[in-house]
Design a protein around this ligand. Sequence first.
Ligand code: SAH
Ligand code: SF4
Ligand code: F3S
Length: 512
Amino acid sequence: MNEEQRLQSSQIQSPKKTEKTTEDFAKYFQTTYQPPSLKDAKKRGKENVNVHYDFEIPENIKNLGQDKKYLIRTYGCQMNEHDTEIMAGIYEGMGFEATTVVEEADVILLNTCAIRENAENKVFGELGHLKPLKMENPNLIIGVCGCMSQEESVVNRIMQKHQFVDLIFGTHNIHRLPQLMEQAVFGKEMVMEVWSKEGDIIENLPRTRKGEIKAWVNIMYGCDKFCTYCIVPYTRGKERSRLPEDIIQEVRHLAAKGYKEVTLLGQNVNAYGKDLEGIEYGLGDLMNEIHKIDIPRVRFTTSHPRDFDDRLIEVLGQGGNLLDHIHLPVQSGSNDVLKLMNRRYTRETYLELVKKIKTAMPDATFTTDIIVGFPNETDEQFEETMSLVREVEFDSAYTFIYSQRDGTPAAKMKDNVPMEVKKERLQRLNALVNDTAAKKNAAYEGEIVEVLVEGESKKNPDVLSGYTSRNKVVNFRAPKSLIGELVQVKVTKAKTWSLDGEYIENTAEVNA
Ligand code: SAH
Ligand code: SF4
Ligand code: F3S
């Protein structure tokens, strides 16, 4: 299709204008044309989720990538980073080789995030940069996937302004990448396949993991919490838990391969197991099983305060490989705002939960996420957030200005808070968060901490860097052979976001 035809097709693509159906478009394009619908994505059905173990790259596509290179740019959360590892595995299964140089790539995929407007702007900016490359090399395949692809507004904008994009698919059909790539390579039209309803769980997808020390492990997909500001329940579908035995097998396998740390992933991991039919099994039970596996470090993210139950606290209290760091997003310290956000807990129950966890895990560090400038947030309500931050003394916090997401309930709320006020609140909050972080870190000076050595520090290749069990970054000088080992380090100097230390020799737990 030439540029003009594409323009025409983008003009006819709005079903409102033409009343054409998806099937009509599929016929017109003679290729997949399945656009997203946030309205459908909102539905929560009772259908059973099936688990499949039979993923295979079709024989005829296995050489599609011979002598070709792929590059995936990842935006957003750990879930997306892990999805990228799966897509990298699929590309390599089709014979593609990885590259980090855009000019070398035969396919460039943007794995996108829709959480805030600025996340989306970055992707549109990147598409702008890629356009000249595509003009120079028409055989280059440019694809957009991830959470933004699940939004109609984004797909419409791509159809209108970035018609050089060859491939759009969403978060629920990553396993269809081989077939979609085949269509994109051999077809002449844009391939679009976005499933608005979540699909089944596909177990045996290939993975090219980014490192050999730490690994992500999905334990569940989707989110049913519907916080009023958040797009994730629409872009990721309903909550679906992987079967415990599949997760345990994956962690055992990683341990056997020498991985030292796993992070269990989900948008709301505390809801793990609620959807599993016929068994009463929750995150506490799962962590209890993983506790017994011979892998030194286990983390999990993200926790929703509402579902953090006593069983989990009891299991975490055993320590061992279950690390003493809890990321517990609070979002706001005001009950009125929490209610408008549909967070389903109060300031008091949040503080009570923190206290309970601290009793079971006295050394635990707490980090959080906070949104400032939610529609109509008053000065007093913001001050309640400040006072909660002072009370809990978070070791760190991710802080955000509220960003309106089309299709969410909060997007319909009128907002009387000017942007300058929101920015000023964010600055004040950040100053408090930084002060607390610096104070918390100062307490480590002179202490000996255990660090999992991850590699050279980004700023100085002569220095090694890693995390403590409580999620503090530590920089220190030591032989490179220690990368991947757990070592003892004496903290000599505390900074706001990291600790400097001295390696204590002969403490590496080789093959721990
Ligand atoms: N599932 C995780 C959060 C994933 S999104 C949880 O519930 O904890 C990460 C963070 O982005 C959220 O905790 C929230 O603080 C922030 N966020 C989500 N939607 C947002 C929006 N519309 N505007 C600003 N920040 C938002
Ligand atoms: Fe979004 Fe709330 Fe779900 Fe987190 S729990 S992903 S903030 S809807
Ligand atoms: Fe972004 Fe989707 Fe993750 S919206 S934060 S990439 S779940």
